[in-house]
Design a binder for this molecule. Structure first.
Ligand SMILES: *Cc1c(COP(=O)(O)O)cnc(C)c1O
Length: 447
């Protein structure tokens, strides 16, 4: 919706700051719109919630992105998480190059798939078996189908503001992309599908208990982002996940952790490993492919006995376990496993960013909340704590827009929405952090 105050603020802002040249990105965006819906292949890329033209990129190395106009940016998106080691990691490039010489795809079993599954099991010790897919969406969709087939029940519980990909049954208050467009429930999702998805409040265990007792013997699964990352970053209350775990045990409900964002990021064993709560099934994506399109769902063997070809629950994929994708994932996971100090470093970088931004914000007296766990962090321009979907949506989006564009213009590429977590990579060191804090200080001075 057009907002006169924000438009005026934006114009004043635009006038006062020397702008970097984005002419080629602007030109490409207009060309893209002629042959790609909305000019992009995934909606949040379109900059709708912050305004302006999306940046078109041509290369990346380490912590830095280079756009089509030759501008450089420090990358805090890192492809929404996968590039946890930074761009162009030598070990990953070498693995992909040498596989490309051998074969792209067989659609038949390879030893490589076993090696990847074994690598995942080494890092996630509670997991018995894992099936590879091509995206986080597929992983979540398949995990829920398996849970339904296994329990013989139909309904699932999800949490408002949690995102589990764009399968029909998840597009009910789904956070980030959907939230940004102001369409929490997408047209095209039937009422029949929507009625099997029950909505609880994140961090509100009582809201889950109520749904379970109002739908006795009907809940197949509870799916949750153990650390919410699609309404900003929202860590769980200490007892929240433990409560879900014991409720699921009591009621024969499959507990699914959606670790697409948190997996291999918050610890080698993801959020489950960091927070010490084990789900029955977990879904993965993002980091697991090291930048290639990969997803996976894994968990307890007795549940997976129900999955095809062992059991009747169908799930398949022509390119699942694709060799090029597997070597990229394997090289990334192996590097993380062999270099646990990466976790220390990205967590420290993020903690330092947190502390330094906090000092500047307090000095300036702008209302804010910073949420952080490990290498996930988000900044909300609001007074109260951000603990769930409701509290995540009260932030001042006008401040966020100015903030986003100031940072972009200063060479810092942040997620173009207040509902997205920033992803810190191993390539971001002290010089990058200092540049980021300088830009941030410049933004606060401009207010
Ligand atoms: C990104 C994400 C997904 C969807 O993964 P895609 O690969 O984009 O399909 C699912 N769940 C969570 C928590 C995510 O962050």
């Amino acid at each position: 919706m057009w907002n006169p105050i924000s438009s005026i603020l934006f114009l004043i802002y635009k006038k006062n700051m020397a702008k970097i040249d984005l002419s080629r990105s602007i030109e490409l965006f207009s060309r893209a719109q002629k042959s790609i819906p909305g000019g992009v292949n995934s909606p949040v890329r379109a900059f709708k919630s912050v305004g302006g033209s999306p940046i078109f990129f041509k290369s990346a190395k380490g912590a830095y992105l280079t756009d089509e106009d030759g501008n450089q940016y420090i990358d805090y998106i890192n492809s929404w998480g996968p590039m946890i080691l930074g761009h162009g990691k030598e070990e990953v490039i070498d693995a992909v190059k040498s596989q490309a010489e051998k074969a792209f795809s067989f659609g038949a079993p390879t030893e490589l798939e076993i090696e990847v599954a074994e690598q995942i099991k080494t890092m996630v010790p509670w997991l018995d078996v894992v099936r590879m897919v091509n995206s986080g969406t597929e992983a979540c969709m398949s995990a829920v189908r398996l849970a339904r087939g296994y329990t013989g029940k139909n309904k699932i519980i999800k949490f408002a503001g949690c995102y589990h990909g764009h399968a029909d049954g998840f597009l009910i208050q789904a956070g980030s992309g959907a939230l940004t467009l102001g369409e929490p429930n997408s047209p095209g999702v039937t009422e029949g599908t929507a009625k099997d998805t029950l909505l609880a409040r994140f961090n509100d265990f009582a809201s889950v208990v109520e749904l379970v007792s109002n739908n006795p013997e009907e809940i197949a699964a509870i799916i949750v982002e153990p650390v919410a990352g699609n309404m900003g970053c929202i860590p769980p209350n200490p007892d929240f996940l433990v409560g879900l775990r014991s409720l699921c045990d009591r009621e024969n409900i499959v507990l699914i952790f959606d670790e697409v964002m948190t997996g291999f990021r918050l610890s080698p064993a993801g959020a489950a490993g960091r927070l010490g709560v084990e789900p029955d099934l977990a879904t993965y994506g993002k980091v697991i492919g090291g930048g290639m399109p990969v997803g996976a769902f894994g968990g307890k063997r007795h549940i997976f006995e129900h999955l095809a070809p062992n059991g009747p629950v169908y799930q398949a994929g022509t390119l699942s376990g694709n060799p090029l994708a597997m070597v990229s994932g394997k090289a990334t996971l192996k590097y993380l496993n062999d270099h646990p100090e990466v976790y220390q470093k990205i967590d420290n970088t993020t903690a330092n960013l947190h502390r330094e931004m906090e000092i500047l914000l307090l000095e300036k007296g702008v209302p804010f909340q910073i949420n952080r766990i490990g290498s996930m962090i988000s900044l909300h321009f609001c007074e109260g704590e951000v603990v769930d979907f409701e509290s995540a949506t009260v932030g001042n989006n006008e401040h966020f827009k100015l903030f986003f564009h100031h940072m972009l213009n200063s060479g810092v590429y942040l997620p173009p929405s207040a509902y997205e977590t920033w992803f810190i990579s191993d390539a971001i060191g002290n010089p990058e952090r200092e540049k980021t804090i300088d830009a941030f200080s410049g933004f606060l001075k401009s207010l």
